[in-house]
Design a protein around this ligand. Structure first.
Ligand SMILES: NC(=O)c1ccc[n+]([C@@H]2O[C@H](COP(=O)([O-])OP(=O)(O)OC[C@H]3O[C@@H](n4cnc5c(N)ncnc54)[C@H](O)[C@@H]3O)[C@@H](O)[C@H]2O)c1
Length: 363
């Protein structure tokens, strides 16, 4: 099998971490007998510098014609002053919309060796292994009407609208139940049904999808978002899959991410259309860009997600995850997860160590 991967490295540390991740994918391809062909495109600030806008049609076309998209990160101080409509991060929103990526999957797994890096006590976080499924293309970030208007008395009025339709809720509920079925078979649907009518509908539809589609093997519970925010830091181990709206997912997934100690460890996948898009959760980290200081593990784990969700190579994905865990267990750390007594390494060396470990693991 021959897979075409669109590689959009972006800005800052993007190219450094993506390079390590593609080398891991090359190695996996050889080990598992398939071929990967990369085609690179400029996005974000790099695209603004070259073409005057963050995403050009040819790059969008490239993404649409690939099996999967591997994204680095976008943005940086150089482009901060630009109008919102042409900021680097616009490329991300455009890609999600154009590729129909309505489901964002963010696994939050604490590697035991990194428990000291969390701000919470070891006994609270150890064993945390959850998946946030966030609705990505609807809700209050896109709902109409929106905007700021002038009022006759000279004051202003700001409006955003939370909107969800039955089909939008149904399709994300299916993603969550399918994911739960492959994991520990529990889905927590998070809403604010006691106050917001749109999420009252959310609760009703999720319940119906569960009941009418044979998901009886997966346990469904409902939780209000304020309680969920609290439960995540009180007892994160109670969660398996959390499914929620765009805005609640945005906030809860960042909160959940911090359980693991570093943003440099977290992968993500955006799914729903023909092509999946895979990116680390972190940004372009301009403060450490070009210095071989970035942690490439989030992007390497992102390749693991691509193997699982777009290339149907679950065994290879597990091998990548086990290799990352193995390297951490041996005490190797990049600066962001540094601790006393560890062996401090740079981005390139961390990538090499993971590849060395992959070679030694039986697949
Ligand atoms: N998906 C994306 O492309 C994305 C996401 C978030 C932020 N951004 C953009 O990135 C730029 C910087 O944003 P920010 O500073 O708020 O967030 P950031 O994630 O880039 O950095 C936050 C902090 O974490 C550190 N960090 C992040 N990733 C790391 C890694 N892999 N290894 C080691 N340390 C790491 C950085 O050095 C920094 O101290 C902004 O322009 C922002 O808009 C882009």
């Amino acid at each position: 099998m021959n897979y075409k991967i669109a590689v959009l490295s972006g800005d800052g540390i993007g190219p450094e971490v993506v390079k390590e991740a593609t080398q891991v994918l090359n190695q996996i391809a050889i080990l598992y007998g398939f071929r990967v062909e990369y085609e690179e495109g400029l996005v974000g600030g790099a695209s603004i510098d070259a073409y005057g806008k963050p995403l050009v049609d040819s790059v969008l076309k490239l993404a649409k014609e690939s099996h999967a998209v591997l994204l680095g990160a976008m943005g940086g101080p150089k482009w901060d002053g630009l109008d919102y409509s042409i900021r680097p991060e616009r490329a991300l929103l455009a890609l999600r919309q154009e590729l129909g990526l309505f489901a964002n999957l963010r696994p939050v797994k604490l590697f035991s060796a990194l428990a000291p890096a969390s701000t919470l006590r070891r006994e609270v976080v150890e064993g945390t292994d959850l998946l946030v499924v966030r609705e990505l293309t609807g809700g209050i970030y896109f709902g109409q009407p929106k905007g700021v208007t002038q009022l006759p008395d000279g004051t202003e009025r700001g409006v955003n609208t939370e909107v969800y339709t039955t089909p939008e809720i149904e399709r994300i509920a299916h993603v969550a139940f399918e994911a739960g079925r492959r994991r520990r078979k529990k889905v927590t649907s998070v809403d604010k049904a006691n106050v917001l009518e749109a999420t009252e509908l959310w609760r009703k539809v999720v319940t119906r999808v569960h009941k009418e589609n044979g998901y009886g093997d997966v346990q469904l519970e409902h939780m209000l978002v304020d309680n969920c925010a609290m439960q995540l830091i009180r007892d994160p181990k109670q969660f398996d899959v959390i499914v929620t709206t765009n805005m609640f997912g945005d906030i809860l997934s960042d909160e959940a991410a911090m359980l693991t100690g570093s943003i440099g460890m977290l992968p993500s996948a955006s799914l729903g259309g023909k092509v999946g898009m895979y990116e680390p959760v972190h940004g372009s980290a301009p403060d450490i860009a070009g210095k071989d200081l970035a942690n490439p593990l989030a992007t390497i784990l992102t390749v693991g997600m691509m193997l699982r969700h777009s290339l149907d190579r679950g065994k290879a994905a597990e091998r990548v995850e086990r290799a990352v865990e193995g390297v951490l267990n041996e005490g190797y750390r990049t600066g962001d997860i540094q601790e006393e007594g560890c062996r401090l390494v740079g981005c390139r060396e961390m990538g090499r160590l993971v590849r060395e470990k992959i070679e030694r693991i039986q697949g």
